[in-house]
Design a protein around this ligand. Structure first.
Ligand SMILES: [Zn+2]
Length: 255
């Protein structure tokens, strides 16, 4: 199966070298994540693809989606997304995106965002993961859009597809796909602020942090509150770190 990467000119902390736009299959090809609206980048996609039959979005973030409608107007290809903007078509889990002889299975992978999708080509063992799995480092899970529990569930779902190759939204291709998905299930995301800390009641606060029997959650939270910088945001992030410790020391709590 033909897979071509066109790297968008938007390097950054979250974007790594830039957004990977993937051209999948012989012409007419499927284009995944046209990236930002950048004329040079869009021209390169059209030149590399030959003929574009469909455009698919992993999610609607500004480093993945704004090039989609301009690319559609140049190529005449439809745009598919789970949270479509005007002029796009909605796709859901279990459906297929097709162009020519290429068929991509749509896999709902919420966590980074609620609308996040991965695209799977079972016959090739290929999984296009957007920001759900990056080529290196960890995904950003930032509420209210980000959801840690949903993210873990999505990682397991992708692992159960047993892909051989991961084509991420940023960073290099991952060849040890299944091992990487298993490993990511145990790794703390780079940024995680869930509201799970707010669910704690008095009795749960007196329990120790798992793996740290001498430290109660209350003690841990007090330490966090005292330690600079004690912004509300940084406290929330620390609470999530404790919640994460709980999860990784008690696999039964994993979704
Ligand atoms: Zn991204």
């Amino acid at each position: 199966m033909r897979v071509i990467r066109v790297l968008a000119p938007n390097p950054g902390i979250r974007e790594l070298e830039g957004t990977n736009t993937w051209i999948v299959g012989d012409p007419p090809a499927v284009v995944i994540d046209p990236g930002p609206q950048d004329t040079g980048h869009l021209n390169e996609i059209v030149r590399s693809a030959g003929l574009v039959g469909a455009i698919a979005l992993t999610h609607d973030h500004p480093d993945h989606a704004p090039g989609a409608l301009p690319l559609a107007s140049v190529t005449g290809a439809p745009v598919f997304a789970a949270r479509p903007a005007e002029g796009m078509l909605r796709i859901r889990d279990g459906e297929w995106v097709s162009a020519g002889s290429t068929r991509l299975s749509v896999i709902a992978t919420p966590g980074h965002t609620p609308d996040h999708l991965a695209f799977h080509v079972p016959a090739a063992g290929s999984l296009f993961t957007g920001d759900a799995v990056l080529g290196r480092g960890t995904s950003v899970i930032d509420p209210p859009e980000g959801d840690l529990t949903a993210y873990l569930r999505s990682l397991r779902r992708m692992r159960d597809l047993s892909p051989t190759t991961i084509y991420p939204g940023h960073g290099p291709v991952v060849l040890r796909a299944r091992a990487t998905l298993a490993e990511r299930s145990w790794r703390k995301p780079a940024t995680a602020t869930t509201r799970c800390g707010e669910r704690w009641n008095r009795s749960s606060l007196s329990r120790p942090v798992r793996g740290h029997p001498a430290t109660s959650r209350r003690t841990a939270l007090r330490a966090i509150a005292r330690s600079p910088p004690a912004s509300v945001e940084s406290r929330k992030r620390s609470i999530v770190s404790i919640e994460w410790l709980d999860m990784i020391h008690d696999p039964r709590r994993l979704p």
